[in-house]
Structure formats: C-alpha cells, structure tokens
Design a protein around this ligand. Structure first.
Ligand code: SF4
Ligand code: SF4
Length: 353
C-alpha cells in the first residue's frame, strides 16, 4: 500500500518523490473499498510503502485501526519513526529500515546523517517495544561491498535480518560494473563461507538471500518469483490503481485492477507472470525470474539482464554448495528449522537481490 508518492529523502538510486501526477501524495480512494478488498483474503499481509510511508501516518493509523489483516509490515527510510505511536509499532510483524551498510556508503547514497538517524530509529523501535522482525534493507551499488556492508549491519546487533537489492534497475551511474561484479561474487562466496562457519557453531546469521535459497532447497517451494509480484503480491497506489509491482507506477502492463472494482484476491492472482528465458532456466526453481519489473523493462538491455543473471547464479551455486552440510546440521540439532525456514510469510524481502 503506497501511503504517499512523496519522500523526505532524495537517494541517488531513485531520486526521491514520485511526481504527484503519477503517484498522488494523498490517498484518493475510499477506505471502505480497501477494507473490503483486504478482508476478502484471510491471509492478507499489508505492507506500507511509498514514497516514504511515514509521511502519511494518519493513513497508516486509519488502516491499522479499521482493516483486519493477518500481518502488517512497513518499509521505511527510518527517519520519521516517531511520527507513529509505539502502540502501532508494537503491532507490526516486520519493519524494514533502509540502510546500505557502513556510514560512508549509506550517507553517500542517501544523504548526510541518514546512517546515524536509522540506527537511532532502530534503537528507539526496540525501546518502545517493537518485538517483530527488524530487517536492514540495503540497496547495493558501486560503492557498496557486500561482505563488508552485510557483516557490518549484522555486527551492530540491532537487526534480525539483512537483505539487499542490487542497484541494477534504473541506475546508469555505474563506472565499472564488470569489475564490481567480480568483487561482488567474491564477497558472496565469503559471506556463504561465513554463514556456514557460524552455523557449525550453532549460530544462524540472518542473511536473507542465503536463507531464502536454502529454504527452497531444504523445505520445498520455489519455481515462482520470490517477491510474488503480479502473482500473489500487488501494490495499491494512492490513486487506487492496483499494480503488479510497487515500482511499476507508469507501466500499463502492471495495472491489474482498481480498489473498489476488484472484489477479492482470486481476481488478481497470476495476473502478470514471468516467461522465457526464465521458465526454462536451470536456476528458475530458486530465482523465479528474480524481478518482474527488470524482466519486463530490461532497462539495461538483454546483455545487462544476463550480467545480473550471472550474479544470481553465483549466489545460488554458492548456497546450494553448503546445503548438504546445512541439512546435516539441522538433523544433528546444531541449528533449528525455525531459524533457517525464512521468511515465514511474504515480508517484502525479495530473496534474490
Ligand atoms: S537466472 Fe536469469 S534467466 Fe535464470 S531464472 Fe533467474 S532471471 Fe531468469
Ligand atoms: S523484486 Fe522487482 S518485481 Fe518484485 S517487487 Fe521488487 S521491483 Fe517489483
């Protein structure tokens, strides 16, 4: 649910607010229509998104007070957490705070002082009693180092999980993508080594892409886009349009309905699906096509698409390489299924970066 198209930051990956003509800065549809739609699905997960969702805390309160959903999630840049009262925060199942890793990287891409603000917000959320899943949501770009930044965020001891998205959709600011990709793959290998080392000691690191791939390998599922976009996850824009993906606000292929017109989830399910080359790809079981938006838009062309696939395949290969040992560790009771079987519901981490 986009609560507004407005944002209080202007990060280098996405340039801040949506123009109000594309994503209005206020919600324009009837709450009652939204209530009927959400409550038609007994398993509905409501995730607040924007713009910056906390620029419209009234709407969040209104939804949480009036709409029955199985779970509530929010993705926020973390600057304005105090605009929502603790009693609402305590009702969230997952809170995703945007932070890219170490201070220099976060502040370079998101703005000076953002890193400190996000950490202060994470501490405040815990202080006021938020006990759900606190997820660091990174955007990983050229200045980012996956090993350094993920381990840094884990070592802070504030976040339960760390997830990252690659800045490979819109950004044309890369100077040396191929060189960075080589380093990224090395970093992924080191992260998987670290993960299995810690698992041997009985500690499960909350690295979402590793857990998400392991989950499919060990517990089944897969063969679908992990974020669910267009299949069983939809974004409701502030103007009431229902979109296959929350960033596809201008693309006609993504518009699948409208609040007030759609009566239930069955009318939306499987509206926009991934096709070839993904469905014949040997990695499809785990990758699921990675990202519907990137698949449809190919803003980096087919060659760029393939370059990103290389990164995905490396991640999957590395994780599958340790899966047999993870199985043994589970059987021996060194680690527990409830720590590895993650995420338990679509908490908006897309699994495949
Ligand atoms: S690795 Fe590439 S081709 Fe294969 S499923 Fe993923 S996105 Fe599609
Ligand atoms: S991973 Fe891609 S398709 Fe899925 S929600 Fe994110 S941008 Fe949309």
């Amino acid at each position: 649910m986009l609560t507004t198209g407005r944002c209080n930051l202007s990060c280098k990956y996405c340039w801040g607010s949506f123009p109000p003509a594309i994503v209005p800065w206020e919600v324009q549809y009837e709450l009652e229509d939204l209530r009927l739609l959400v409550e038609s699905d007994p398993d509905a997960v409501v995730a607040f998104y924007g713009g910056e969702p906390l620029l419209n805390p009234e709407f969040i309160r209104m939804v949480m007070d009036n709409v029955r959903a199985r779970r509530f999630v929010i993705q926020t840049n973390g600057i304005l957490v105090r605009s929502l009262e603790p009693e609402y925060w305590r009702r969230f199942d997952a809170v995703l705070l945007s932070i890219d890793g170490v201070r220099e990287v976060t502040d370079f891409y998101r703005g000076r002082g953002v890193y400190d603000s996000v950490l202060a917000s994470a501490k405040w959320l815990r202080r006021v009693g938020f006990s759900g899943d606190l997820i660091a949501r990174m955007a990983l770009s050229e200045r980012g180092d996956v090993y350094r930044d993920v381990t840094h965020l884990l070592e802070l001891g504030l976040f339960d999980h760390v997830h990252w998205q690659l800045d490979v959709v819109w950004s044309d600011g890369w100077e040396d993508f191929d060189g960075w990709a080589r380093r990224y793959k090395e970093g992924l290998s080191r992260l998987v080594d670290l993960w299995i080392d810690e698992a041997r000691r009985g500690r499960v690191l909350g690295i979402v892409p590793i857990l998400g791939v392991l989950r499919v390998r060990l517990f089944g599922g897969g063969f679908r886009l992990p974020c669910g976009a267009g299949r069983d996850a939809f974004a409701i824009s502030t103007d009431g349009r229902i979109l296959a993906c929350p960033i596809a606000v201008q693309e006609s292929w993504a518009v699948v309905g409208r609040v007030g017109w759609v009566r239930g989830p069955e009318e939306l399910r499987d509206s926009v699906l991934i096709g070839e080359p993904c469905t014949s790809c040997p990695y499809y079981r785990y990758c699921g096509g990675r990202c519907l938006y990137a698949y449809r838009e190919r803003m980096w062309g087919d060659e760029g698409f393939r370059k990103v696939c290389e990164l995905t395949r490396h991640l999957i290969d590395e994780v599958l390489g340790v899966a047999p040992e993870v199985e043994e560790l589970l059987q021996a009771g060194v680690i527990r299924r409830r720590e590895v079987d993650y995420p338990g519901f679509n908490n908006t981490t897309e699994i495949i970066p």
